[in-house]
Design a protein around this ligand. Structure first.
Ligand code: ADP
Length: 643
């Protein structure tokens, strides 16, 4: 009962989309194979499912697979599956029409799009699937027979305005799509799609984890390269091992580690493995790893993020920045989202609400894994912190949703113990009665911070100070006000009053003593302020010094010198940040200067001393002298006079 071949027109919108595809909206043509294999894989899934639910369906599901066949003579590439297949109506509806809602408005928007990038990102919202075949083929033939039916259908089109449809007899159940490849002109690399190596490479890259075997058929008459091993036995191109899709209980640690090494190119096992599955409206699986050591380029400007995106086991992209924030760039792994278009673009992912929700959840999982290591294995945690602490602290600036969790993870050197770092929680537990702030000092290295004059009173009075020496510490301490209700207080900033009792009160005697001293030194302070006006904004008596003569401090909201330097290095134009010079009224140099000034306020030598005091304070905290040559000359002159 042969029926004539019918010629039908593509629905208008389908035609428009085809034009877009043919005139190559994609720079990467390789993806056509990924799309066709993905369709075939879905068809195999459907047949298996239907054979389970419909016991009447007489379908052979014993060897479900996908076959790729190359015919170099005819310049064709065929993707064949023994899946569910399509009826004639299916073919007209599914292949001849773009049934998806919103196609028309999408096309309108694409037309309006200003440039290729905008068009590309719009099209990413839309799987072009089957039609991508026309990027590489000037004619596509499809043969298909629906499981449970007898009659097969042949479909053919050159992708222009029409397609033909006819009955086809003696077809096996399933679908084959044959691409008549465009002539290779060398420029667009089309010639390669007949080459075994190229097909293997594309399958490996995009379809390795497809759960059905993808076989390369031996080319008739040319069994040379398509076949490995025994002559005639088809070669399976994909590994099919999508670990993330298996239940956790069925995956061994060795398998996780092997998989990690494969995706990370790391030679060590990961420190943490996180395997999760989300069901419900947006289904996905994630398999993430925290490496045991940091990559060498963790701080280079264009370090990639380590999470790959898959859609139903089809590889979509590396370095999926929408799924992992920058401060977790060291996390490696795979996220397989089920309900995304294969053509989804980075721009779309960035604005997708569901992806944002996935990212939030993944971040919580990673921070949770770190937290539980911290709670159960301090030694292992400290090793991780050593590797990634600096990057995690960037999260304190970047990710305000997780400030609390990140602060709990912070591990910092402290004056409490020279060997062992402390957590903020441990610090808080050790705070003295009446102490209301978490004291810290930032600087270039531990030794400089520990020996800084700012430390003196704190050390003398037994207050613990956190020693923060990463550049990022300057920034987050500036932005995060409190931990667990206790404010962060730089001991190089603001006024310090350690002479209080357990309730935080300062005694009347102490207050009176302070007032008396200030009175006493008032003239000297006023004179110094004028003399050093170019360098400092104020000169006052200090309560933070015990052995040093002087130190420099900032107001509570002033930039620290390091931060000032950092901003300048980044090219920011800042007004000079003047600091406050604090003098130790019990130091011999200061009392002598005080007396000399009282006796002979106009002595020019006093100006030199003032400059030397200021310069020494700057040097003591590791700062840079405004004029080192002048400082050295003044110092040498005065030393010469004393000898
Ligand atoms: P998508 O895969 O995004 O739905 P396609 O244009 O690639 O879009 O395919 C449209 C529809 O055609 C599919 O949803 C499927 O129902 C059907 N189809 C495509 N390829 C096959 C195949 N190999 N076997 C069975 N059905 C297929």
């Amino acid at each position: 009962m042969a029926s004539p071949t019918q010629t039908l027109e593509f629905q208008a919108e389908t035609r428009q989309l085809l034009q877009l595809v043919i005139h190559s909206i994609y720079s990467n043509k390789d993806i056509f194979l990924r799309e066709l294999i993905s369709n075939a894989s879905d068809a195999l899934d459907k047949l298996r499912l239907e054979s389970l639910t419909d016991t009447d369906l007489a379908a052979d599901t014993s060897d479900l697979h996908i076959t790729l066949e190359v015919d170099r003579q005819a310049r064709t590439l065929t993707v064949r599956d023994n899946g569910i297949g399509m009826t004639r109506e299916d073919v007209v509806d599914l292949i001849g029409t773009i049934a998806k809602s919103g196609t028309a408005s999408l096309l309108a928007k694409i037309k309006e799009a200003k440039d290729a990038d905008a068009a590309q990102s719009l099209i990413g919202q839309f799987g072009v699937g089957f039609y991508s075949a026309f990027m590489v083929a000037d004619k596509v033939t499809l043969h298909t027979r629906r499981a449970g039916t007898e009659q097969g259908t042949a479909w053919e089109s050159d992708g222009e305005g029409t397609y033909t449809i006819a009955q086809a007899d003696d077809l096996p159940v399933g679908t084959s799509v044959t691409l008549h490849l465009k002539p290779a002109d060398g420029e667009d690399g089309l010639g390669d799609y007949l080459a075994g190596w190229k097909i293997r490479q594309i399958v490996k890259q995009y379809s390795d984890f497809i759960r059905w075997p993808i076989r390369m058929a031996a080319e008739s008459g040319a069994a040379d390269e398509a076949v490995d091993g025994a002559a005639g036995a088809p070669e399976t191109l994909n590994s099919m091992k999508a670990l993330w899709a298996r239940p956790r209980s069925e995956v061994t640690e060795a398998e996780y580690n092997e998989f990690y090494r494969q995706i990370s190119h790391d030679w060590q096992d990961p420190a943490e493995t996180i395997h999760m599955r989300a069901e419900g409206t947006f289904e996905y699986e994630a398999l993430l790893f925290i490496p045991a050591h940091a990559p060498f380029d963790l701080f280079s400007r264009d370090t990639k993020r380590g999470v790959q995106l898959y859609v139903k086991r089809v590889f979509i992209m590396d370095d999926c920045d929408a799924l992992m924030p920058n401060y977790l760039r060291f996390v490696k792994g795979v996220v397989d989202a089920h309900d995304l278009s294969l053509n989804v673009s980075r721009e779309i992912l960035q604005h997708d609400r569901q992806i944002t929700a996935v990212r939030r959840r993944l971040v919580k999982k990673v921070l949770g894994a770190l937290k539980s290591t911290q709670a159960t294995n301090t030694e292992a945690y400290l090793k991780l912190w050593e590797q990634f602490g600096r990057v995690l602290k960037e999260g304190l600036i970047e990710d305000r949703d997780n400030t609390e969790a990140l602060l709990e993870l912070v591990s910092a050197a402290s004056t409490n113990d020279a060997e062992k770092p402390t957590t903020l929680r441990e610090y808080v537990a050790r705070m003295k009665d009446g102490q209301d702030a978490i004291y810290y000092l930032t600087g270039e290295n531990r030794q400089m911070v520990e020996n800084s004059p700012h430390m003196e009173a704190f050390t003398a009075k037994g207050y613990e100070v956190l020693i923060l020496t990463d550049p990022v510490d300057e920034v987050w301490t500036d932005q995060i006000p409190t931990f667990d209700g206790h404010r962060f207080q730089s001991i190089a900033k603001g006024q310090v009053d350690l002479d209080h009792d357990a309730d935080g009160d300062v005694s009347d005697e102490a207050k009176a003593e302070k007032a008396r001293r200030e009175q006493d030194f008032a003239d000297l302070l006023a004179w110094l302020e004028t003399t050093l006006a170019e360098h400092v904004k104020q000169v006052r008596l200090s309560t933070r010094l015990t052995t040093s003569a002087a130190c420099l401090v900032g107001d509570a909201h002033d930039l620290t010198p390091t931060l000032e330097k950092m901003y300048r290095a980044m090219g920011q134009d800042l007004p000079p940040v003047k600091r406050i010079l604090e003098l130790n009224p019990t130091h011999l140099l200061i009392t002598a200067l005080h007396q000399a000034h009282q006796a002979k306020p106009d002595d020019p030598a006093l100006t030199d001393i003032a400059e030397l005091v200021h310069g020494s304070a700057l040097l003591a905290e590791g700062g840079d002298l405004p004029d080192p040559a002048r400082f050295t000359r003044l110092l040498t002159d005065h030393l010469t006079h004393t000898l």
